[in-house]
Write a protein that binds this ligand. Structure first.
Ligand code: NAI
Length: 787
């Protein structure tokens, strides 16, 4: 007789199909095709395209391909609804968000089945993960609507938001976009992905059913061309995109210089690190959730398994065994683990990448999958770090398996990617886990867990995984605008600025030549040129180095070497900044006379120096106080939201306020642990170059602040292009903003670009928490606790 263990081993489950009757009825009712949802009305279907169910290949709906006119109509509807919606009290908006959340719960089964049919994801996931998270997101943000006036007292809504989402979590991505936008008082035009538009249309129906004010939510369906029409629409104030890094980069370029606020949540190639002392059985289940969840079509999927050499054989064997038991097939079967790939085009893309991987020497270990739009769970071994399978986002149920020896190796391998979305770390040693979490360049780190989400925590990436966070307080920032900075008062503005002097010339009789400041040393400009600096009367005051691209690159390299600064404690940095403040104060007269020399009145010069000194003290005090948070998320988890420096920042300073502008930008950046390459005021650089000695005598480590003088708008191009620069602040001209933003698209660095002349650097707009906020990014670390 068979033992019970044997019976369990061999027993197969029968199918447990979920009924799709109500969804079929709804689709039949809309057989003629779906239009858009604009201004609270479902439009007549236009030119349509087919929507297929990937599991069966059946055409299940016809959906309208949105034109530029459709997008325009939707933007107009959103614009005209905006005033009233933004004027509602937060409490009134909260009631609408609660109504949406409740209605989603009432329709939960319908939405889960529709999502499963449209996307191919297992009903178990749609039912237990996607839809509950959608409802949670609206509930959570109903709370933010209630609190927005008190929690963000100075902020106002951004306006009309254009939102473009992908096909992997269609309804959940819609919730991530729409809930915070509405809570903050914005109206939206959202485009779902062309493969999976149906739950967005069902959501439109929900908005209609509850009587949401017309035009607050507009849904326009279509493909990339419709997305482009949204991106290029001139009356959109904010763009939010989730999807491929490639399209994210296009959007960054297209929106450069338009003043549109932008958040991008892009691709990933996240590491899944298993240390030798990990609970291996739990880690195997972790892999199931990391890469076989949603067929691996997850931006934060743990696609690169890194396992300690000592346990690699055992772990690999356990994984291969587990893989065999994954049930791949009908998404509507409640016992299915892995469903269909979203579309035959995506399946072809996965196959192509896998063929390339095999031709580069990878060995594949695979489970089974039925015929059709399915791909078997796969482990790839023998994968070199630079090969296709290790570097490209596959977006399928495929993980690579690589070994490491030491934690340092694991960190190096984990960070060996252009992405930085997420990471998962498995070990029973919490010190090791947190130590590694601190070193990994990723926006989300899961310790002994993976793919855990909650509306209360921010989600979003570092590096080419994009910028901005969605969820929680961090996500609300993306949908709120600070009041426009006040321009300097006419009588407060510095003396008129002479036109930029000719560069490269020499001035007779002047022996004062300021060099560049790189790696803590004064350095001649690479080209050997200087340019004359004059006062407002056009009289020569001295020469400044005419830096070039090579000087910027050297400065970036020097900044990269100053790694100790980011790792130093806030207290250490505070002490150095106090010295800077004290040493500047000791030389206040000298700095004031320098400013007077440019042509400023004595009182203005004194005030500029005085304010610069105060700012140094203020940022010194902030260096150990700009704390993160512990978010309220799932039970038995702490979710630590830590502020981390961006890394190496490029800062192009305003022309006016040559000392104060410099200090107001560089000090918050270094207070937060960044290292900086700064381009001072082009016309008046000598106030900044006089700081070299202040930095030297204040023990600012070499490489923390690097200063390259010269043609600001030329030099900033090299900073924007440079992949070693993680963040760029540009406070120059309007024309320069467009260039800086456009060129930053290469490595998708975070930018803050404004017209430097439009901000009163002497007043409240010249300093504050927003500078610290901009100088940091949040890493959310999830740590479960208990048995
Ligand atoms: P995609 O980035 O092209 O599509 C995402 C959304 O952007 C869709 O709504 C699409 O219609 C829209 N879109 C496409 N081109 C656009 C443009 N020029 N302007 C504005 N909107 C545009 O992603 P796709 O082609 O569906 O998938 C390709 C690869 O991208 C996948 O294999 C995967 O590697 C990655 N991907 C990553 C996602 C993530 O969440 N990180 C989500 C979807 C795809």
């Amino acid at each position: 007789m068979n033992s019970i263990a044997e019976l369990i081993e061999t027993m197969d489950y029968g199918p447990a199909p979920e009924s799709d009757d109500i969804v079929k009825t709804w689709l039949a009712e809309n057989k003629v095709g779906f239009g858009h949802f604009i201004g609270g009305v479902f439009t007549k279907p236009g030119k349509t395209f087919e929507v297929i169910s990937p599991a069966t290949g059946e055409t299940i709906a016809h959906v309208t391909q949105g034109t530029a006119d459709d997008v325009d109509a939707a933007v107009k509807a959103a614009r005209s609804a905006h005033g009233k919606w933004a004027a509602l009290s937060g409490h009134e908006r909260a009631r609408w968000l609660y109504a949406i959340a409740r209605r989603i719960q009432q329709h939960a089964r319908f939405l889960a089945v529709l999502e499963s049919i449209d996307n191919g994801k297992p009903i178990r996931e749609a039912r237990d993960i996607d839809v509950p998270l959608v409802a949670r997101h609206f509930y959570h943000h109903a709370g933010w609507a209630e609190l927005v006036e008190t929690e963000f007292p100075d902020a106002r809504p951004v306006g009309v938001c254009g939102q473009i989402i992908p096909w992997n979590f269609p309804l959940l991505m819609l919730a991530w976009k729409i809930a915070p936008a509405l809570a903050a008082g914005n109206t939206v035009v959202l485009k779902p992905a062309e493969y999976t538009p149906l739950t967005a249309l069902a959501f439109a129906k929900i908005c209609d059913e509850i009587g949401l004010p017309r035009g607050v939510v507009n849904i326009v369906t279509g493909d990339g061309a419709t997305g482009e029409a949204i991106v290029n629409h001139p009356d959109i104030d904010k763009l939010a995109f989730t999807g491929s890094t490639e399209v994210g980069r296009l959007i960054r370029r297209a929106s450069a210089g338009t003043g549109k606020k932008l958040t991008l949540e892009l691709g990933g190639k996240s590491p899944f690190i298993v240390f030798a002392d990990a609970d291996l059985d739990a880690a195997v289940e972790g892999v199931v959730d990391a890469i076989w969840f949603n067929q691996g079509q997850v931006c934060c999927a743990g696609a690169r398994i890194l396992v300690a050499e000592a346990v690699a054989d055992r772990f690999g064997a356990l994984l291969r065994e587990r893989m065999k038991h994954l049930r791949v097939g009908d998404p509507l079967d409640k016992s299915t683990d892995v469903g269909a790939i979203v579309h035959p085009v995506q399946l072809a893309r996965i196959r192509e990448l896998m063929d390339k991987g095999v031709s580069e020497g990878a060995q594949l270990h695979q489970g089974t999958a039925p015929e059709g739009c399915f791909y078997p769970p796969t482990l790839a071994t023998g994968v070199e770090p630079a090969s296709t399978l290790a570097t490209e986002e596959i977006f399928g149920p495929v993980a690579t398996l690589t070994t490491f020896r030491t934690p340092t190796d694991a960190i190096a391998l984990a960070n060996n990617t252009r992405y930085g979305l997420a990471a998962s770390i498995w070990s029973e040693n919490v010190n090791l886990c947190l130590g590694v979490a601190a070193e990994i360049k990723a926006g989300v780190v899961w310790i002994n867990c993976t793919n855990v989400f909650d509306a209360g925590a921010g989600f979003g990436g570092y590096r080419e995984s994009g910028f901005g966070r969605e969820g929680g307080r961090e996500g609300m920032h993306a949908y709120l605008a600070m009041p426009a900075p006040k321009p300097p008062k006419a009588d407060d503005a510095p003396a008129p600025i002479p036109p930029a002097p000719g560069l490269g010339g020499a001035v007779v009789g002047i022996d004062r030549t300021a060099k560049l400041y790189v790696g803590g040393k004064q350095k001649r400009p690479d080209g050997g040129y200087s340019y004359p600096v004059t006062n407002t009367k056009g009289e020569a005051l001295g020469l400044a180095g005419h830096g070039n691209r090579k000087d910027i690159r050297d400065a970036v390299e020097a900044a990269h070497k100053a790694t100790g600064w980011g790792a130093a404690t806030g207290h250490n940095r505070a002490q150095v900044l106090y010295y800077v403040a004290e040493n500047l104060a000791a030389r206040a007269e000298e700095f004031a006379s320098r400013l007077k020399g440019f042509g400023q009145s004595a009182s203005k010069a004194n005030r500029e120096v005085e304010t610069a000194i105060q700012r140094c003290f203020w940022y010194a005090a902030q260096a150990d106080k700009f704390d993160g948070a512990v978010h309220q998320t799932k039970s038995a988890h702490v979710t630590l939201a830590m502020h981390e420096p961006l890394g190496v920042m490029g800062i192009a300073c305003p022309t006016a306020f040559p000392l104060l502008g410099f200090v107001s930008l560089v000090l918050p950046a270094i207070a937060m642990g960044n290292r900086v390459v700064a381009i001072p005021s082009q016309t008046h650089p000598l106030a900044a170059t006089d700081l070299y000695q202040v930095f030297d005598t204040s023990d600012v480590p070499g490489g923390v602040v690097n200063i390259v003088t010269g043609e600001r708008d030329e030099l900033v191009k090299t900073l924007a292009d440079h992949d070693g620069v993680d963040g760029l602040w540009y406070f120059g001209s309007n024309a320069g903003i467009a260039t800086a933003e456009e060129r930053s698209a290469g490595n998708l660095k975070q930018t803050w670009c404004e017209n430097g002349a439009a901000r009163d650097w002497t007043g409240q707009d010249g300093f504050g928490r927003q500078f610290l906020h901009r100088a940091t990014q949040v890493k959310n670390i999830w740590v479960p606790y208990g048995e």
